[in-house]
Design a binder for this molecule. Structure first.
Ligand SMILES: Nc1ncnc2c1ncn2[C@@H]1O[C@H](COP(=O)(O)OP(=O)(O)O)[C@@H](O)[C@H]1O
Ligand SMILES: [Mg+2]
Length: 219
């Protein structure tokens, strides 16, 4: 069954001469448990689509269903509520908080989840363990390599056990070897936890590790 479904979705930015059409009657669906790559040229709308899935951005017309419920978010607080325990996001440039330790950066992913302090601690430690970064827990982001930072960002996204993991060019800032490690880790998490995963990438090799590729065209 589809967990994410767009039906004839339209999205544009601006108006008149400055109008940029990003989606024009886009149909897209992602099944529960799938590991899907979204590919396409720069500017074709990959980030916009992830943002719509996450309820960070709105769409103009058409329909978006998440787990068979219509999603139509109009305010930032509706977005926060929608994402809670549903959506985990990782970004290309990690977006870690430099004043927080690795442990604290992962724990942030539970702030909105409504779990108790003791449960937060238990889950954060479990997450650090499964990512192989327990020994880094008291370090700060500026003491980490790119691959380690991305592991922390994955931990922050996954610690709330979201239904969907969204990753926007998660290997874009990494060298070749580290990229392979991170893709392997995301694949492993998808298999072990069954978390539906959508990866935006412009790298064929990354897409080949996914079960399916959705190719977008620039309008
Ligand atoms: N907030 C915005 N305001 C105006 N135009 C935007 C905005 N966000 C994205 N765009 C435009 O929409 C198009 C798609 O952008 P984006 O989704 O970031 O593409 P991609 O991630 O595939 O590179 C681009 O032409 C971009 O300039
Ligand atoms: Mg982008």
């Amino acid at each position: 069954m589809a967990l994410i479904e767009f039906k004839k979705l339209c999205k544009s930015y601006g108006s008149g001469d400055k109008k940029t059409v990003v989606c024009d009657n886009l149909d897209l669906s992602v099944e529960k448990g799938e590991l899907v790559a979204i590919m396409g040229k720069s500017g074709c709308g990959k980030t916009t689509i992830l943002n719509i899935i996450a309820g960070i951005d709105t769409y103009d017309s058409g329909e978006y269903y998440f787990d068979n419920s219509k999603v139509d978010i109009r305010t930032a607080s509706e977005g926060v509520k929608f994402r809670r325990n549903r959506i985990g996001i990782i970004l290309q440039h990690f977006a870690l908080i430099n004043d927080y330790t690795v442990y604290e950066n992962v724990e942030i992913g539970l702030w909105e989840s409504g779990v108790s302090r003791s449960e937060m601690k238990k889950r954060t430690l479990e997450m650090l363990d499964s990512l192989g970064i327990m020994d880094l827990k008291n370090k700060y982001p500026n003491q980490l390599s790119g691959g380690e930072k991305q592991r922390v960002a994955i931990g922050r996204a996954m610690v709330c056990k979201p239904m969907v993991l969204l990753a926007d060019e998660p290997t874009g800032a990494l060298d070749y070897e580290t990229e392979a490690e991170i893709v392997e880790l995301i694949t492993k998490l998808n298999q072990e936890t069954g978390t539906t995963t959508v990866i935006v990438t412009h790298d064929r090799e990354v897409a080949d590790k996914c079960s399916r590729t959705i190719l977008l065209h620039k309008l």
